[in-house]
Write a protein that binds this ligand. Sequence first.
Ligand code: NAP
Length: 328
Amino acid sequence: MKAAITTTYGGPEVVHFGRIDRPEPGPGEMLVRVGAAGVTTADWRLRAAAFPGAISAVAGRLMFGVFRPRRHVLGSDFAGTVEALGSGAAGFAVGDRVFGFQFGGAHAEYMIVKAGGAVTKTPDSLTDIEAAALPFGGLCALEFLDRFAKLQPGERVLIVGASGGVGAYAVQVARALGAIVTGVASGDSLPLVERLGADHVVDYRKTDPANLTGPYDVVFDTVGALDYASAAPMLARGGRFVPLNFGLGDVWKGRKSGRNGHAQILRVNGDTKEGMERLTSMIAAGQLRPVIDTVYPFDDIREAYAKVETRRRKGAVVLEVGAPVTGG
Ligand SMILES: NC(=O)c1ccc[n+]([C@@H]2O[C@H](COP(=O)([O-])OP(=O)(O)OC[C@H]3O[C@@H](n4cnc5c(N)ncnc54)[C@H](OP(=O)(O)O)[C@@H]3O)[C@@H](O)[C@H]2O)c1
C-alpha cells in the first residue's frame, strides 16, 4: 500500500512516498481504509522533533526516537471505512464508517486502529474529510476545558489562539459548556471566531493578550503567548491558567498560583472513545462543526505540513488519502 514515510527528523522534505505491506489486524484491532487524515501540530512536532522546551526535547526524543523517528508513518486524525476485523474487535462491523484519533499510521492507504481506542462511527451528516478535521482539536478542547479546567456554565473563558487547530474547537466547546467566551486571534481570523460562538474577540496584533484585564475564570492558551505571571492579573479568584505548551520552567513560574487562589493546570491530552462519543453527540446537537482551512491531495502532504508550520491556519488541515466517502 502507499504510505507517506518519515525515516529522519527534518522539514517537510523528509516525507517521501513508498510502498509498505498492508498491516493485518491483531486481537482487538481493525483494519481501516483511510479516506481522509489530518495533518496536525502533533504530526509536525513528531516529524521535525520540534518538541517545545529543552526538557521536552530530551523527553520527546526518548519517547519517539533519539536519532530518528521510531514511527515511520505519522498521522493521527483519521476517517475511513472498516475493511477487516481482528478477533474480539467489538462494536464495529466491516463496512462501518469510522473516525478517530490514534498515534500514527493515518498517512497511509490503510491503518490499524484499536477498536477500544478513540474511535467511533462517523455520523451520516459528515463526509470523511469533515470527520478527519475533528478529533485532534475537538478531543483536546474537550479534555482541557471540561475535564481539566472544569469550565462551568456562566464562567468567563479567554481562549488565546482561537482560530487554530485546537482553538477553533475550543471556542465551540466552551460555548457548548455554557461559558462566556473571549477569543484571541489576528484580525482576519476574528469573523470566524465570532461565527464559532465567541461573545468577544481580541486582535493580538492590536492588543497584547498579556495586557488584557479580564477577569476570567479560565485562561486557555493554545499558543504560548502567556505564562502564569502574565495570566495571573487577569484571573478571577478560583481562576485556572491552562497552557497547552509548557516546559519545566512553567512549574516554577506557577508555584505561587495556589497562594493567589488560582490553579495552573499543566496536563497532556488523553484521547478516549468516550471523548469521541461526546464529540459525536455535540455534532448531533448542532454544538460542534468541523472547521477546515485547506484540503490537500495525499500527494501534496509536504505542502500540507508547510501550511501547519505557518501557525496561521484556521482550523484543520486535511489530506484526501483514499477515496473519501462524501456523504452518509
Ligand atoms: N498539552 C497537550 O497535550 C497538547 C495537545 C494538543 C496540542 N498541543 C499543542 O498546542 C499547540 C496549539 O496547537 P494548534 O494546532 O492549535 O496550533 P495552531 O493551529 O498552529 O495555532 C494557531 C493559532 O494561534 C494564533 N496565534 C498565532 N500567534 C499568536 C499570538 N502571538 N497571540 C495569539 N494568538 C496567536 C493563530 O491566529 P491567526 O492565524 O489569526 O494569527 C491561530 O489561531 C501546539 O503547540 C501543540 O503542540 C498540546
